[in-house]
Design a protein around this ligand. Structure first.
Ligand SMILES: [Zn+2]
Ligand SMILES: [Zn+2]
Length: 363
């Protein structure tokens, strides 16, 4: 039985820069009577997200998101990156705020950032919150972290019974630590203290904990096939992290918001299977002021990082109105100078990361 309060959603089929194919699918979920899936081809081509029903059961069938090619010559088999939100904090950009999902074998395993609107897009992606192993936050600006309590409340309607850890940055005078943020939201004295049972051992179906990353570098193993790393990055006065997630030797790197003042991103993302770079401002000669360049990378910097990293795929995201005008030019410039394929992010775009090693020289 279809139960949904969502009126509609949209997904985009997109291809790397250079392709002239870009199709928007607008599907009224309220009209669907069964799940609607678009399966990925066993190739490197990004596909539309599947639109799944928002059912009353946590066991509704899940889409096939990436290749199930059993060839021994492939890496990242079954792994894909889905953009839940490709925008920044603007109200009228037509995009949800920053958020990404990493899928493995048709399960959404890692949520990176939880910006405004991401919990709605999570449902539209067909993901099941029961499958999510961890949440990683790059920093605590609203366009990266505001939907966290919505995910926790929404989980009440799932069958989740495994504990959940939210990893994120330390605090300073301007921002709370990730632990303090979680406490301020759903702790016993939090704004949404009606959800505080999720922070107390044994009081609910599972427990949510925060892990504040206080050091400039951090790494840990989450499970047999998932490990994470973080480095602190400069985002003006805001504590911020770039994240690296490795799933079965498949590497996804997320710049988060940063101006890369330390110059560490390219090396951190060396040979990554996908590198998500936030393209929030224009170049200095086109008007970017010092406040913006203290927070974000310019397109010129993004091109350099894309080139130096030798990442296999570059995803330009966190698109804002001031950066959208130059987006075509930027993707074109990266396509010319960097070895990887380039994608301009759209909400719900899903990019299989499978690669054929026989056609590439190492990793
Ligand atoms: Zn942002
Ligand atoms: Zn920010």
């Amino acid at each position: 039985m279809l139960v949904t309060s969502m009126k509609s959603s949209s997904a985009r089929i997109a291809k790397p820069h250079g392709s002239n194919v870009g199709t928007k699918l607008s599907i009224g979920l309220g009209l669907l009577t069964s799940a609607f899936f678009v399966c990925a081809a066993p190739s490197d081509k990004p596909t539309a997200n599947p639109i799944a029903r928002a059912g009353d059961s946590a066991q509704h069938s899940l889409p096939q998101h990436a290749s199930t090619d059993k060839s021994a010559t492939t890496v990242c088999r079954g792994v894909s990156l889905q953009v839940l939100g490709s925008g920044g904090p603007e109200l009228d950009d037509g995009r949800a705020s920053a958020s990404y999902l990493l899928w493995k074998d048709e399960k959404a395993k890692v949520l990176v950032d939880a910006g405004s609107g991401s919990s709605v897009q999570f449902g539209a992606s067909g993901a099941d919150f029961t499958d999510v192993d961890i949440i990683l936050l790059s920093h605590l600006h609203t366009d990266h972290a505001a939907d966290l309590p919505s995910f926790i409340k929404g989980s009440y309607f799932t069958r989740r019974d495994t504990d959940l850890t939210v990893y994120g940055p330390a605090g300073n005078d301007l921002m709370p630590s990730t632990q303090a943020y979680l406490d301020a939201l759903i702790g016993k004295e939090g704004a949404f203290k009606y959800l505080s049972s999720y922070t107390q051992e044994g009081e609910d179906d599972y427990k949510v904990s925060a892990h504040t990353v206080a050091d400039t570098t951090f790494s840990t193993s989450i499970s047999d096939d998932i490990s994470i790393e973080a480095i602190s990055v400069h985002h003006g006065p805001i504590p911020a992290l770039a994240w690296k997630v490795t799933i079965d030797k498949c590497v996804a790197v997320f710049s988060g918001d940063t101006n890369n003042a330390d110059g560490t991103l390219a090396n951190f993302a060396k040979h990554a299977d996908v590198l998500v770079l936030h393209n929030a401002i224009e170049d200095i000669e086109k008007g970017a002021g010092s406040a913006a360049t203290n927070l974000h990378m310019t397109p010129e910097q993004i091109i350099e990082i894309a080139k130096e990293s030798k990442a296999k795929r570059i995803v330009l995201s966190h698109i804002m109105k001031r950066s959208e005008a130059g987006l075509d030019g930027l993707t074109e410039a990266i396509a010319v100078i960097a070895p990887g394929r380039v994608f301009a992010a759209q909400d719900l775009m899903n990019i299989p990361l499978v690669s054929d090693l026989t056609r590439e020289e190492g990793r």
